[in-house]
Design a protein. Structure first.
Length: 221
């Protein structure tokens, strides 16, 4: 028998927070590729056109989902401040990297759609505070934080683009052989350093190298 609309339970009102929460749940369970306006509309029992009142497009939705996941990561208990201000910067960037590496599609999205939101701004504020506390001049800290976050997003996106572990290992062996057998004098002479270091060690070195450059490089007027 047909059911009268009056007998159905009232739907909760549509809100931006509810849309982002539903999209985040899909990302966690199925990945970013499954987050479409049509799929969200089905989850929320509404029309796809209604969603555009609250989010302008999928790029904005992806940025909101990233911000939600970042908020979860930043709320996790972390050890108190120890070591140098550079250590603090590295720890915060590692938390951001963990979010992107756990959701590879978001890493690629972070490179094409500018991330934003309260948690992303809180991350920026914390990084700026650490750099200012370490004596980095204001304008260098302001430009430097963008460089640091871009580096993390690019590194995570590179990792996300890799194929199976077997293919990665095969490519690594091929690269190692080409470097060691190269007829190019500098490549061959530095084959050991070129191929050395774990991913974690290289990430840490890159952050320290960027921080030293940010600290000592003038910002043009």
């Amino acid at each position: 028998m047909p059911t009268s609309r009056r007998d159905r339970p009232a739907k909760p009102p549509l809100t931006r927070a509810g849309i982002v929460a539903a999209a985040t749940a899909i990302v966690r369970s199925e990945g970013l590729a499954k987050v479409t306006m049509r799929r969200l509309a089905q989850e929320l029992d509404t029309g796809a056109a209604s969603l555009y009142v609250y989010v302008s497009d999928t790029d904005e939705l992806h940025a909101a989902v990233l911000d939600e996941l970042l908020g979860d990561a930043l709320r996790q208990p972390r050890p108190g401040p120890t070591g140098s201000w550079e250590d603090g910067v590295e720890q915060l960037l590692a938390a951001y990297a963990d979010v992107l590496l756990a959701h590879p599609s978001l890493a690629r999205s972070a490179l094409t759609a500018w991330p934003h939101g309260p948690h992303y701004l809180a991350l920026i504020d914390s990084l700026l505070g650490l750099m200012r506390g370490g004596g980095v001049r204001p304008e260098r800290a302001a430009w430097g934080v963008d460089l640091l976050l871009l580096h993390v997003a690019a590194s995570a996106a590179e990792h996300a683009a890799r194929r199976s572990d077997e293919a990665v290992e095969r490519d690594r062996h091929a690269l190692s052989r080409e470097v060691r057998e190269s007829g190019l004098p500098h490549v061959r002479a530095l084959a050991g350093p070129l191929l050395s270091g774990s991913p974690a060690a290289r990430r840490s070195w890159a952050v320290r190298a960027l921080l030293r450059g940010i600290t000592s490089t003038e910002v043009p007027e």
